[in-house]
Design a protein around this ligand. Structure first.
Ligand SMILES: Cc1cc2nc3c(=O)[nH]c(=O)nc-3n(C[C@H](O)[C@H](O)[C@H](O)COP(=O)(O)OP(=O)(O)OC[C@H]3O[C@@H](n4cnc5c(N)ncnc54)[C@H](O)[C@@H]3O)c2cc1C
Length: 447
């Protein structure tokens, strides 16, 4: 095969993929439809545009977002480098001057002799060359149709995600494992409530504040078949008690009776480190989710890995479709990267672009794919999107709950996170050395 790769989309994932390829001597045709065509959220003609917040979240390495950026820096990430160069003061977060950031990334890409930027909308994915589709959560309609032709009925157009909590933070003295009517073993953790607890929870739920939707998200389609728990609750005091919180078929061993209402938690990943709140897809503000859902006794001290969201977001049902190297299982020459793979967030999308770029280069060089260890944030995210045991796949951002717990139990959260980060960076370096992808970086200049 000719050593050239087509990258579709010049956002976070696309520019990172292009840079990883050019750093390995591979030519890139980078297609970006702006300024010929704009998605409803994109406004600037620059590459790598921040469509909303100007923050890349926490900077300290002992946090999920900080660890992700530290790992990306080891690949010479253009987004991390330019974010550091164009940061604005934001407490412990890495926030940027958005125009300066995007302008610097664009200039770096346009000056790269191996990258040709073509300002055109791609409407069909080339099937017989190495290609990376990084068209983002608002991929154009024509391209989305072709993705559906290629991937079958696996492209969703909106999120309807329920929150996820870490397994270790559920108070098991106030919960019990059981499946309804004892069918299916101990697959579910049940969080029971008595009548008084339910009534207080119900009042809080129907009065909690919702997140604001963008104009292009305000159509009924978002809620079709996937009603937010707070909307369902407003239909009547018992509606959710006959719906997602129904207690039938369950007996609380603590009382010997059926509870008044029950929230069920279901395993989110193969490792069983995370559980989702079954049927609790929600559009409440994040702070409200923490306040209201923590009123369920077993979740009093729950650690939320992901909050529920509902917004316009094109993403693939990647498990079973993509490998953890971001290529299609069926066609090794077709890669996807960025938010469209089911990772969530600017830097997560950029990280997916890095791995897709590295792996497209390795394919052309006749090398096996690079799949990073589960103990690294980049490895955990890429394995998550390809994890076929995930039942109700929804987008996922960096979270410490994705990583296997430390070998010895560490109670203090900050110390635990620091240990996880140290292990992740050591394991990443070892994996890169073993796969001959290690390069010395100073964290700024990169590849
Ligand atoms: C409204 C909204 C708000 C968001 N807010 C945040 C936030 O505050 N923080 C956060 O971390 N994440 C946020 N996200 C998620 C954010 O979009 C992603 O984190 C990130 O931009 C995704 O990177 P990407 O490279 O996958 O896609 P993008 O950055 O969107 O890049 C995709 C690029 O592909 C181009 N493109 C699309 N179709 C075609 C085509 N057919 N041919 C050629 N080019 C094409 C687009 O013009 C775009 O430039 C938000 C998303 C949306 C939709």
């Amino acid at each position: 095969m000719e050593k050239r790769v087509t990258v579709i989309g010049g956002g976070f994932a696309g520019v990172e993929a292009a840079k990883q390829l050019s750093a390995r001597g591979i030519g890139v045709k980078l297609y970006e439809m702006k300024p010929v065509r704009f998605s409803p959220a994109h406004k600037s003609k620059l590459l790598c545009e921040l469509v909303c917040s100007n923050s890349f979240k926490a900077e300290r390495t002992a946090s999920a977002a900080g660890l992700l950026k530290a790992e990306m820096a080891l690949f010479g990430s253009v987004c991390v480098q330019n974010a550091k160069l164009h940061s604005v003061p934001a407490g412990g977060a890495l926030a940027v001057d958005r125009d300066a950031f995007s302008a610097a990334v664009t200039a770096g890409i346009e000056a790269d002799p191996l990258i040709e930027v073509i300002r055109e909308e791609v409407t069909a994915i080339p099937r017989n060359e190495v290609v990376i589709v990084a068209a983002g959560p608002l991929a154009s309609d024509a391209l989305s149709e072709d993705i559906t032709r290629l991937c079958g009925d696996r492209l969703s157009f909106f999120d309807a995600a329920a929150p996820i909590v870490t397994a270790g933070s559920v108070d098991m003295t106030r919960a019990f494992c059981q499946s309804r009517y004892e069918k299916g073993g101990d697959d579910y953790i049940n969080c029971p409530m008595n009548k008084a607890e339910y009534e207080a929870f119900y009042e809080a739920l129907i009065n909690a504040e919702s997140a604001v939707l963008h104009d292009f998200e305000k159509n009924g389609e978002i809620y079709e078949g996937c009603m937010p728990i707070e909307v369902m609750a407003k239909r009547g005091e018992n509606t959710i008690r006959f719906g997602p919180m129904k207690p039938v078929g369950l007996v609380d061993p603590a009382t010997g009776h059926r509870p008044w209402a029950v929230l069920q938690l279901r395993k989110e990943n193969r490792a069983g480190t995370m559980y989702n709140l079954v049927g609790f897809q929600t559009n409440l503000k994040f702070g409200e989710q923490k306040r209201v859902f923590s009123m369920i006794p077993a979740l009093n001290d729950a650690e939320f890995v992901r909050y529920g969201v509902m917004h316009r977001n094109s993403f693939l049902h990647s498990p079973g479709l993509l490998t953890p190297a971001f290529s299609m299982r069926r066609y090794e020459n077709i890669f996807f990267a960025g938010q469209i793979t089911g990772v969530e967030g600017y830097m997560e999308s950029a990280a997916a672009g890095i791995l897709a770029g590295v792996n497209a280069a390795r394919l052309l060089d006749g090398k096996p794919p690079l799949v990073l260890p589960q103990t690294t944030m980049m490895g955990a995210l890429s394995r998550y999107i390809a994890d076929e045991t995930v039942r109700d796949f929804q987008p996922m951002g960096a979270a410490m709950g994705l990583l296997p717990p430390p070998e010895t139990r560490i109670r203090d959260k900050q110390q635990r996170y620091a240990a996880l980060a140290e292990r992740a960076l050591a394991d990443l370096e070892a994996a890169l050395r073993e796969n001959k992808e290690w390069k010395e970086h100073d964290g700024i200049t990169g590849t």
